[in-house]
Ligand binder design. Structure first.
Ligand code: NI
Length: 164
């Protein structure tokens, strides 16, 4: 079932989501709906708070063959529950990033080039993923969502030095 994607301003999008503790049919149903909604919206990732469910659940998928200007290798469909990035590389890249919850806005966002992310699958088993480049960027973006962080928070301009 397609779900409506929340757009800013909406307090759910700025609120850290709750950890998932029940790995039941309802969670599976939510993940299925998020995948359908992500495909419908032509997105490469979606987090549960974006469909109004304040839960730590993300889905990611990228098909470079369907992209006019591929941004990296394809990423297989990945469902991650309670995702947590446990390693960020020091080397980073600044690139324009959009968000389905902030239509029409693209902002330059600094992201680590390599990350290690841990979480669980829909059965509750622990999983570990190493991601690089565009894939690492998407995971960082979606994990930000479950932490209540949006690209507009990341892109806040640095405070200017005082004019003397
Ligand atoms: Ni987003």
């Amino acid at each position: 079932m397609l779900r409506r994607i929340l757009t800013v301003p909406n307090s759910i999008l700025n609120t850290p989501a709750s950890a998932v503790s029940l790995f039941d049919r309802r969670l599976k149903g939510l993940a299925d709906d998020m995948i359908e909604t992500m495909h419908y919206a032509s997105g490469v990732g979606l987090a549960a708070p974006q469909v109004g469910q304040s839960l730590c659940l993300i889905v990611v998928e990228y098909n470079s063959a369907r992209d006019d200007s591929p941004r990296g290798p394809s990423i297989p469909l990945t469902i991650l529950v309670n995702p947590e990035i446990v390693h960020f590389s020091i080397d980073y890249k600044i690139q324009l990033e959009g968000c389905l919850s902030i239509p029409g806005v693209e902002l330059p966002i600094k992201r680590s080039q390599r990350i290690k992310i841990v979480g669980q699958n829909l059965s509750g088993d622990r999983v570990k993923i190493n991601a690089t480049g565009f894939s690492a960027r998407i995971f960082q973006h979606e994990v930000d969502h479950v932490n209540g962080i949006l690209i507009t928070d990341r892109a806040k301009p640095h405070r200017r030095s005082p004019n003397l």
